[in-house]
Design a protein around this ligand. Sequence first.
Ligand SMILES: [Fe+2]
Length: 206
Amino acid sequence: MNEPGFALLDLGADSDSKELRRTMAEVKNQLDDFHRMHTSRRLDYFWLGRFDQQTTTKFHRDNAPDESILILGYEPTRVQSRLSVADYVRAAADRGLSPREYLNQCNPMFSQGERELLPYVTNIEDYQPEHFQILVINNSEADTSQKSDRLLGVLHKAEIAKRMLGERRIINSIMLASVSKDASVSISERDLQTFLESDQVAQKNY
Ligand SMILES: [Fe+2]
């Protein structure tokens, strides 16, 4: 993957939900190792969840600390959708703004802001709804004028082609936060085991 701010891993159609979630945790561990090697910080779990979601979103970053990584584990579904990311850090730099200033001034929740992002959008063409897949998204909003090792994020969005009653679209979600190496852990080992083993899925309508 050479595109900015994301990577898509395809586990094929023959995996299963628990293997998908275990692989997500392995991805977390490898990203954490890499982050520790290249910065003075580490990546820790910030939240975990499983959702059934058939809602189109506009470009956004998920609510999380300034430096954060989102790992989404998609389970096979008949619901067709299109995923894309927008390099809003570059859009901000092209206007002489910080990423946060850009989001305040050109909010992509409104159509004008959405139009201004178009040149910076990458559609994730390899995403296949019928496969188990992991999408890693850099969800950061770091101030680019500060240290050079800060994470630079992208915005993401999902467009559902057509809602399907009675069909599920399950997304397993892990949010990681970049924290100092001596910061206390916010998610317990038990929370992680529940995420890895649970059959429960929350309904998400937003
Ligand atoms: Fe999101």
